[in-house]
Design a protein around this ligand. Structure first.
Ligand SMILES: NC(=O)c1ccc[n+]([C@@H]2O[C@H](COP(=O)([O-])OP(=O)(O)OC[C@H]3O[C@@H](n4cnc5c(N)ncnc54)[C@H](O)[C@@H]3O)[C@@H](O)[C@H]2O)c1
Length: 343
């Protein structure tokens, strides 16, 4: 019988204990084949409260101190998008396996440096495009691989956020761009389905709403990608939807194939909640049920932990991350210059 957890143990550290880092802390503390040893965040109070809650014995505000702990064999890095390179390269040089949050990097040079460090170290590196573990995306991949849908021709992918995300959730929104923050999830899925790389990218973006709020990052991107084998992907993303939306994520994915069509609505199920005080729609992309995290976020992190224990290759490697980064950087460049970028 297949088991969800490979036998063994990996001693684990998490660098970055923000919204996403907390998930890595929680999942690694619960996995029976991992031991959460340390938590690091520049906000030491935050790191300490996370360590106390999830049973880590070490707390650091300086990631170099965490990397100096010999017993730590693997780390998750969940720092803001633009801060991934230095810490990831140092972690790999320290001989750690690394689960790096998406996007891998915000420049091709950074991604290349990470891949070079991983090759030199020979340890595992996975980039956490966890949406591959969402049921609809995984099942569509199975159907494609079975041949039942024929060959993929075209995809339409939309992934939006409300203004809550760039104005309240992220203090560093101006340091990233939507291709790195959102489009990368859907580009990873499209590339996975198409099985080849981008060849030509055109894109437009506009800055109106967030600019007026003093946040220097475009409101939306519309990107067309032509792939090597002729497939076309249309990627759209904005983060200026009204906060009155029932959930902060709005998403759609359509895949047209020679013999099939997948129409995926990955927006989480929204339920109605009414009390004497008011009425709301609530949605959950990932949630805790009976005190345990459930769903794709947990599964992606556990996949990496299993790879550390067994020595097998993660589903999403550094090389995948580098190829994806090339496309994402080209999207930003195409939108800024108004010129097509050929890869
Ligand atoms: N895979 C996914 O679905 C998914 C979802 C959300 C976010 N992410 C990614 O996860 C990463 C983190 O995003 P987030 O939403 O948790 O951001 P966040 O702002 O909530 O958390 C970042 C944390 O890093 C800490 N930090 C910043 N610089 C540091 C440093 N030099 N040393 C130590 N700590 C430092 C901050 O104090 C903060 O607690 C981003 O790359 C983001 O794109 C991935």
């Amino acid at each position: 019988m297949a088991t969800a957890y490979a036998q063994g143990n990996v001693n684990y550290g998490v660098i970055g204990a923000g919204i996403q880092g907390e998930k890595h802390i929680e999942v690694s503390s619960l996995a029976p084949n991992a031991t959460l040893v340390a938590v690091c965040d520049m906000n030491e109070d935050r790191a300490r409260s996370m360590a106390l809650k999830h049973g880590a014995k070490h707390v650091f505000s300086d990631w170099q101190e965490l990397l100096a702990v010999d017993e730590i064999e693997a780390v998750s890095i969940a720092l803001p998008d633009h801060l991934h390179r230095e810490v990831t390269v140092a972690a790999l040089e320290a001989g750690k396996h690394v689960l790096l949050e998406k996007p891998m990097a915000t420049s091709v040079e950074d991604a290349e440096a990470i891949v070079a460090a991983q090759k030199a170290a020979g340890t595992k590196l996975m980039i956490n495009w966890s949406n591959r573990w969402m049921i609809a995306f995984a099942k569509t991949k199975e159907k494609l691989d079975s041949g039942a849908m024929g060959d993929p021709l075209y995809c339409y992918a939309r992934l939006n956020n409300t203004t809550y995300v760039p104005t309240q959730m992220l203090s560093w929104a101006a340091n990233t761009r939507l291709p790195y923050w959102l489009i990368c999830h859907r580009y990873d899925i499209a590339r996975w389905y198409f099985g080849c790389e981008a060849k030509k990218i055109t894109a437009v973006s506009r800055s109106v709403v967030l600019k007026e709020m003093g946040i220097d990052t475009p409101d939306f991107y519309q990107v067309t990608v032509e792939f090597e084998n002729g497939q076309v992907g249309n990627f759209e993303s904005c983060w200026v939807l009204p906060e009155t939306m029932p959930y902060m994520v709005d998403s759609k994915f359509q895949l047209i194939c020679t013999k099939g069509y997948a129409n995926i609505d990955p927006t989480p199920p929204v339920h109605q909640l009414a009390t004497d005080d008011g009425y709301s729609h609530e949605g959950f992309l990932a949630a805790n049920v009976m005190g345990q995290p459930v769903g794709f976020v947990r599964q992606a992190i556990e996949h990496f932990i299993n790879c550390c224990v067994t020595g097998s290759e993660p589903l999403i490697t550094g090389e995948d991350g580098l190829q994806i980064t090339r496309a994402l950087v080209a999207m930003v460049e195409a939108a800024e210059t108004g010129e097509a970028v050929y890869l």
